[in-house]
Design a binder for this molecule. Structure first.
Ligand code: NAI
Ligand code: MG
Length: 344
């Protein structure tokens, strides 16, 4: 397994998460070999690159990638994102960004009267609005302009919609597609057509909901949703919103999947490097730990994954939580409590 702890709180949540993953696997007689890679903003400041030139080659010889977070004040976010994460997601065709969100014991939703939620966001991860196509012209002149071109392909939409439909078939069977085909008149009607074709072919129910109405419904009635499929930008925003409704961004996990398993997949918490709390030892490690459980699941270690989830849920239920959840425990204390559950 390749490990990139990265920047800020990534360095703090990664060590306990690795210990937890090891403890969960040990219960089933397995071990993992971890390759620690010191890639990130420090390397960028020293060398001008977030990862070595042969970085992708090195990663490709691993079964999976476990990432903390990247991003550092003083280093442009475009460098950290486009210098590491986006090249990995694209080179390894990780076209699904999977983000489960559900109510957890001991965590209350900040939304008044918020009902229980258990949904999965399937975000398209390789194309859409996050495209390099476009440009700037007439710099610093009155007629200055920026053009940013969205890229939607039939192959890209089909693959992500097929993943969402397949996922929903094992859940409640409802796919909600985030759209904006009333305002965005080329790409979004295309998105709607292809998602409808895929869901019909796979026998799952589809509702296409305009993104503005969708965000309102997500706040008012989160329990309605099962699997939400969304473009790169919409999925990015929806997953932070859903994570916040669930109670904390510090617990939200994600998987960047290459479903065909031609390339390694990447597992990372939804949160970033949190420079405002970095270095204090108070970051919530559960987003990283839960991402580790998703990694175990992907590798076929389903029992170890389930044990790991049960262990952090038990720790949450006992109120051993970090400050973002209203507690006083440190990052390491939460990690130790999870390991204690796994070794009890
Ligand atoms: P952020 O997720 O780092 O922080 C947002 C808020 O959530 C902050 O108040 C932070 O203290 C809190 N938070 C985040 N993780 C937490 C944890 N584990 N426990 C408790 N509280 C936590 O997002 P922000 O501030 O927008 O970005 C900071 C940097 O991280 C930027 O450089 C950004 O580009 C980068 N970033 C990197 C990501 C990645 O590596 N995949 C994802 C998102 C942001
Ligand atoms: Mg985001």
């Amino acid at each position: 397994m390749a490990v990139i702890a990265g920047d800020g709180v990534g360095q703090e949540v990664m060590p306990p998460a690795i210990t937890c993953v090891d403890a969960a696997l040990a219960r089933h007689g397995h071990t993992i070999e971890w390759t620690h890679l010191d890639w990130g903003s420090d390397l960028y400041l020293r060398t001008g690159s977030m990862m070595p030139r042969d970085g992708l080659d090195l990663l490709s010889s691993h079964q999976a990638i476990f990432l903390g977070a990247v991003g550092m004040p003083g280093v442009p976010d475009t460098e950290t994102l486009w210098g590491l994460l986006i090249p990995i997601r694209r080179a390894f065709e990780q076209y699904v960004n999977l983000r489960p969100v559900r109510s957890l014991p001991g965590i209350t939703s900040p939304v008044a009267g918020g009902d229980a939620l258990d949904l999965v966001i399937v975000r398209e991860n390789n194309e859409g609005e996050y495209s390099e196509i476009g440009g700037r012209a007439y710099r610093d002149r009155a007629q200055e302009m920026a053009i940013q071109v969205d890229v939607f392909t039939r192959a890209g939409i089909t693959k992500v919609a097929e993943f969402a439909a397949g996922y929903a078939a094992h859940r409640r069977g409802l796919v909600t597609s985030a759209t904006k085909s009333n305002g965005i008149i080329h790409s979004m009607p295309f998105w709607d057509e292809v998602t409808a074709q895929v869901c019909a072919a796979n026998g799952v129910e589809l509702e296409s909901v305009l993104i503005d109405a969708l965000v309102a419904k997500l706040v008012l009635q989160p329990s309605h949703f099962d699997v939400i499929v969304a473009s790169n930008l919409f999925g990015d925003i929806l997953s932070d919103l859903a994570g916040a409704i669930a109670g904390s961004i510090g617990v939200a996990p994600s998987a960047n999947l290459n479903p065909e398993r031609t390339y390694p997949s990447l597992f990372e918490p939804v949160h970033g490097s949190a420079p405002d709390i970095a270095g204090q030892g108070i970051a919530n490690p559960i987003g990283q730990v839960w991402s580790g459980a998703m990694m175990l699941d992907h590798l076929g270690q389903h029992e170890a994954a389930a044990d790991l989830v049960a262990a952090f849920e038990a720790v949450l239920a006992r109120g051993i939580v970090t400050r973002d959840l209203g507690g006083t425990a440190s990052t390491d204390e939460v990690g130790d409590a999870i390991v204690a559950e796994l070794t009890a």
